[in-house]
Ligand binder design. Structure first.
Ligand SMILES: Cc1cc2nc3c(=O)[nH]c(=O)nc-3n(C[C@H](O)[C@H](O)[C@H](O)COP(=O)(O)OP(=O)(O)OC[C@H]3O[C@@H](n4cnc5c(N)ncnc54)[C@H](O)[C@@H]3O)c2cc1C
Ligand SMILES: *[C@@H]1O[C@H](CO)[C@@H](O)[C@H](O)[C@H]1NC(C)=O
Ligand SMILES: *[C@@H]1O[C@H](CO)[C@@H](O)[C@H](O)[C@H]1NC(C)=O
Ligand SMILES: *[C@@H]1O[C@H](CO)[C@@H](O)[C@H](O)[C@H]1NC(C)=O
Ligand SMILES: *[C@@H]1O[C@H](CO)[C@@H](O)[C@H](O)[C@H]1NC(C)=O
Ligand SMILES: *[C@@H]1O[C@H](CO)[C@@H](O)[C@H](O)[C@H]1NC(C)=O
Ligand SMILES: *[C@@H]1O[C@H](CO)[C@@H](O)[C@H](O)[C@H]1NC(C)=O
Ligand SMILES: *[C@@H]1O[C@H](CO)[C@@H](O)[C@H](O)[C@H]1NC(C)=O
Ligand SMILES: *[C@@H]1O[C@H](CO)[C@@H](O)[C@H](O)[C@H]1NC(C)=O
Ligand SMILES: *[C@@H]1O[C@H](CO)[C@@H](O)[C@H](O)[C@H]1NC(C)=O
Length: 509
């Protein structure tokens, strides 16, 4: 504590002198700020200066260097890899204005930074940082429903389970994730919900969003105002276009928790059913157009050494039963156990928590049209990969999420997103590798095998990848049909390319 305080005092001195010299000029190119600072004061980094300047403005309850809350945030990320970082300080905004102060100091001192909402990113460093400023939304977790506008306003720190619970009594919901522990970062990548076939991508449920740009300026973007280009870019641009501080979402009228308007649940199958399930999934993608149906297929390789595979599916229908013309294949394939019943949307959104912690995680994405050969090729390469690296991994999943045509056309009037409708039904594929507890970095040979798998199981032509479930090596933006418009929008809102140079996230912009 004492040492920290002394360091702080030293930093304050630097800050005060630098604030007076830098405050007015707001340098465009961070390396200018960093270079002049480090040549004068060898030990003081840009992030220390930014932290001290933010603390000077916002106080020590908003900016923390250590302590129990700091430690809890550091250990918060779902992926163990991201819990090993140690930010120079953590900023806990209580209001958008705090984010503005933080961002303007980060910008003027040329500090590295990261933003953390629900902490579920599986990409190394996308929600954590060492030698940089971490902005945590742990104190901005409010949810409120306005019946006059029929919208739900969420602050960025809320987890979907809590947001859905807060508005359920009004008979409404939001298009969150399929696991209750996920946070609002999901919106900025697109967002796949069990009710997305009915209501569209989660991002398309945004009516309006407040955004703090890299310079600290705050703007309100919606589909029709002068920031409509930014509005579109944010919906699929992930963390590259600014920091969202308020989301106003169109409410979905899904009923209260007593309204058991859906039927479904989960079915577990043995490994011997895998090929039949791969085929059934391909056919479902190709043929099912009824937006009342929801499905996710998880082909799991668990308890590796030796690989013990099984498949679990979650399937739902808005109605009193599972229609056999939609789910017949899945209902006739031999199963191990089933759990099916009438459910409310609230029940559905709490079936999977996804809150487990303690293991390093790695994602990879692909997109497949509904073709049996494509699915079998991907499944076989996935199993070859898991068998080759069974001693390096704790478990691995191949997760199939249908993106039916209705996911693009439902509520299209609300504005377009950055991902770009490819015009065909397809499946978003997520490979999820789970490393054993003691593993703190992705082993190079496993990563090489994983990159091979991603190329062997690559996308069908013309399909966009899903940014929220990609590997850090994948250039997702390039797969968006309107990539050039996205680049233009990025150049407009961040002309000095501060974000891509100072925060980890998707490559290629
Ligand atoms: C167990 C599990 C289940 C999942 N299930 C689904 C699912 O059903 N559907 C689906 O679509 N996806 C799903 N995902 C993927 C999920 O959408 C992404 O992991 C998402 O990015 C998580 O958001 P977060 O807020 O929890 O995480 P974070 O790691 O906090 O945020 C994710 C990224 O967004 C950035 N970010 C967050 N908030 C802001 C903000 N306000 N402004 C600017 N940048 C911000 C962060 O810096 C980070 O790069 C799942 C992931 C996991 C681990
Ligand atoms: C930033 O400044 C450095 C050093 O002066 C220079 O090499 C670099 O090209 C600049 N980058 C941009 C994007 O202007
Ligand atoms: C927080 O939510 C409550 C209701 O849930 C609402 O009355 C209040 O205005 C909200 N505050 C903010 C700052 O959004
Ligand atoms: C966008 O904001 C403007 C200005 O506040 C408002 O007039 C317009 O109705 C909004 N559009 C939508 C789609 O909410
Ligand atoms: C899966 O589909 C392939 C290609 O259509 C077919 O050859 C194979 O017999 C099917 N297998 C099962 C178990 O359904
Ligand atoms: C699961 O398997 C059991 C036993 O074979 C069978 O009776 C049941 O119909 C199956 N359930 C589903 C939903 O397919
Ligand atoms: C959005 O979709 C829902 C469900 O299909 C529908 O009830 C609602 O009317 C749609 N809203 C708009 C504005 O299209
Ligand atoms: C199986 O995976 C290993 C490890 O990546 C690789 O060397 C091998 O070529 C793969 N086999 C096939 C048939 O793809
Ligand atoms: C691409 O984006 C530009 C700018 O937003 C837009 O005018 C154009 O219609 C878009 N094209 C497609 C195919 O979506
Ligand atoms: C910042 O960069 C942009 C684009 O590179 C340039 O047009 C602008 O003049 C720069 N501003 C300053 C203050 O250097």
């Amino acid at each position: 504590m004492g040492a920290n305080n002394m360091l702080l005092c030293q930093i304050f001195f630097c800050v005060i002198s630098f604030i007076t010299t830098l405050a007015q000029e707001t340098p465009n190119n961070s390396s200018i700020g960093t270079a002049s600072v480090s040549s004068d004061t060898q030990l003081v980094s840009a992030s220390s200066l930014a932290c001290a300047a933010i603390q000077l403005d916002l106080g020590s309850s908003v900016v923390e260097y250590s302590g129990s809350e700091y430690s809890a945030t550091v250990q918060g990320p779902w992926s163990l890899f991201n819990s090993l970082d140690r930010p120079t300080c953590i900023v806990y905004p209580r209001a958008a204005s705090h984010v503005q102060v933080a961002m303007s100091k980060i910008f003027s001192f040329g500090s590295q930074y990261a933003v953390q909402a629900g902490a579920h990113s599986a990409m190394v460093g996308w929600n954590s940082i060492s030698d940089g400023v971490l902005i945590s939304f742990a104190h901005m977790t409010n949810t409120s429903y306005n019946p006059l506008t029929d919208t739900v306003t969420v602050q960025p720190g809320v987890h979907w389970g809590d947001a859905i619970a807060a508005v359920e009594p009004y008979g409404v919901s939001v298009i969150g994730g399929r696991a209750s522990d996920i946070g609002t970062g999901l919106l900025l990548g697109g967002g796949i919900s069990f009710i997305s076939p009915l209501y569209g991508w989660s991002a398309d449920s945004i009516k309006e969003v407040d955004v703090v740009l890299v310079t600290g300026e705050s703007v309100t973007a919606n589909a029709t105002n002068k920031f409509s280009d930014l509005f579109r870019a944010l919906k699929g641009g992930a963390n590259r276009f600014g920091i969202a501080t308020r989301y106003e979402l169109y409410a979905a009228h899904t009923g209260t928790k007593e309204d058991k308007d859906w039927f479904g649940g989960s079915i577990v199958y043995p490994e011997s059913s895998s090929v039949a399930l791969s085929n059934a999934s391909a056919r479902y993608i190709r043929e099912v157009t009824d937006p009342k149906a929801g499905l996710i297929v998880l082909m799991q390789a668990t308890n590796l050494t030796p690989v013990d595979a099984n498949v679990i599916i979650y399937l739902f229908y808005k109605g009193g039963s599972l229609p056999t013309n939609i789910f017949g294949d899945f209902l006739s394939i031999p199963n191990t156990s089933t759990s099916l019943s009438p459910l409310s949307y609230y029940d559905i959104s709490n079936l999977i928590s996804g809150s487990g912690r303690g293991n390093g995680q790695q994602f990879g994405a692909s997109s497949w049209t509904g073709d049996e050969a494509t699915f079998l090729n991907g499944y076989n390469h996935f199993m070859n990969f898991t068998r080759t690296f069974e001693t390096d991994l704790l478990a691995a999943d191949l997760i199939i999420s249908p993106i039916p045509r209705s996911q693009w056309t439902a509520n299209k009037s609300r504005g377009l997103n950055a991902i770009g409708d490819p015009g065909v039904a397809y499946a978003a594929i997520n490979f999820n590798l789970i490393y054993p507890t003691g593993v703190t970095v992705i082993p190079e040979r496993v990563n090489a095998g994983f990159q091979l798998l991603l190329s062997q199981a690559s996308s069908s032509p013309g399909l966009p990848l899903y940014i929220n479930e990609c590997d850090a090596s994948q250039n997702v933006f390039k797969t968006y049909p309107n990539f050039s418009a996205l680049q233009k929008t990025y150049a407009k809102y961040d002309p000095s390319r501060f974000n891509v140079r100072h925060t980890a996230g998707l490559i290629g912009l």
